[in-house]
Design a protein. Sequence first.
Length: 276
Amino acid sequence: MMLTEVLPEALPDAQAVKGFFDSLTWQKVIPPLVLLLVGLVAVRLLLRLFDRALERSRLERAAYAMLRSVMKVLLYFILLLLVAAQLGVDVSSLVAILSVISLALSLAVQGALTNVVGGVTLLTTRPFKAGDFVELGDQSGTVLEVSVTYTKLQTPDNKIVSIPNSTAAAARITNFSAAGTRRVDLTASYRSPVESVKAALLRAANSPTSLFTPEPFAGVKEYGDSAITYVLQVWSSAPDYWTTYFTVNEAISREFAQDGIEMTYPHLNVHLDSNP
């Protein structure tokens, strides 16, 4: 249905408008005025109750403001329809006009509305908050802001990435900060005695930012062609993850050098046949 097909039918002509105002009397005007005053008071009371309910829900500020605005517009629209009906206005025409305008606007800003819906989903379910280190699809970083339309991340190399909320809400979300701690996994390949390597790894795990509940773990991961691969698991607080990662990695090199443990490299043995 085209906009031009609906509006001529919905809009009243000038003669009808003139006749409506000529028919107004005090007896017709006073009841709608009383309804308007009572309605304004009721709207304010309902908004206060709505505010209290939102405060108890502990929503993010952006979601709070948006939901309150939507509720406010809805209540005043209902009041307008009630007053118009009390005056004898055919509210079906008014509803038809507003419906067509709303449809046209929604088609014009369809992408933005999709982001708003995604923003409401993120702000109400709260899978992450500002300051959390998250992975959204193939993008990871620290959450700087969750607005109604976009989520801003700061990547480890200090880039600011703005992700549309429609994309963020539909993506697989991994929150590395939700539990408060993270496990640092490091691997290395060596061919020294197993117990010597494990002891050196556990000493390297003793960094200032390491946590010892649960305790660090070192063990054999797999046996390669020319070396044994070890894994070292260390826990840290979520904000100290990268500090712990690099500190322990550097400590491994020092501990192995102290114990004379050498890192192995891939090598190839070539046998030459001396016979012609």
